[in-house]
Design a protein around this ligand. Structure first.
Ligand SMILES: [Zn+2]
Length: 225
């Protein structure tokens, strides 16, 4: 058994993945609606704080940074720290494959503070936005959207704008300046584990950006999916 402290401070005890979890992670239907990860985390979480029988709902209750941190640790204890990425250059005139090695132990972890709700005054309109953090339930709602976009990801964290419930319209009508400031503020108070990978193509220098968890090599090293 492996014990870690989540970015929120809660202790988590994990056991390594088996063939059961591999089956879950290759089930396209479960992957699409995000259920695969929740099920895998539930199967492999032996203890969450004082809770020694965590349910899927307990896994969904976790903040997104905790969830991703747990997934990275699960990958480390099951498959090791090294992830060998093969990243195709996005430049259509190049398309070169770049081989990048990442050690998961080097991923930066930012702990959450005790605050769960935040207040921010938009610089343009002077309106006050209250927003929260992303958790598994909100991730699930985002995954269920037909066309998730930058607005839905922001909207799902907003509790109130000037003490009124937010709507798609209120976000669409928000100035670009206010949206940008709000997005930055949301990122600033966020915590968790940094899984962003950014390299320059060896062939043409184009910047390649990805996230570890979206690469096949993260959970299926040596397999081309
Ligand atoms: Zn290139």
């Amino acid at each position: 058994m492996y014990t870690f402290e989540l970015p929120s401070g809660t202790e988590i005890e994990l056991k390594e993945m088996t063939g059961v979890e591999e089956e879950l992670l290759t089930n396209q239907r479960l992957i699409r609606n995000g259920e695969a990860i929740n099920q895998v985390l539930k199967n492999c979480t032996v203890r969450l704080g004082d809770n020694d029988k965590p349910s899927v709902n307990d896994i969904l209750d976790l903040l997104s940074g905790d969830r991703l941190f747990a997934l990275v640790k699960l990958r480390q204890i099951s498959l090791g720290d090294e992830v060998e990425l093969e990243l195709a250059c996005p430049n259509t005139g190049c398309r070169m494959n770049n081989f990048v090695s990442v050690n998961l132990d080097d991923s930066k972890v930012t702990p959450y503070t005790d605050e769960r709700e935040f207040s921010f005054t938009l610089p343009g309109s002077n309106k006050t936005v209250r927003f929260g953090l992303l958790d598994g339930h909100k991730e699930k709602r985002l995954a269920a959207l037909r066309e998730p976009n930058i607005s839905s990801a922001m909207l799902i964290r907003i509790l109130e704008i000037d003490e009124k419930a937010p709507s798609k319209k209120s976000l669409a009508e928000m100035s670009m300046r206010d949206r940008s400031a709000l997005r930055q503020e949301m990122a600033r108070v966020d915590a968790g584990i940094d899984t962003a990978v950014e390299v320059e193509c060896d062939g043409c220098g184009t910047r390649i950006r990805t996230r570890l968890e979206s690469e096949a090599a993260f959970l299926f090293p040596g397999v081309r999916l």
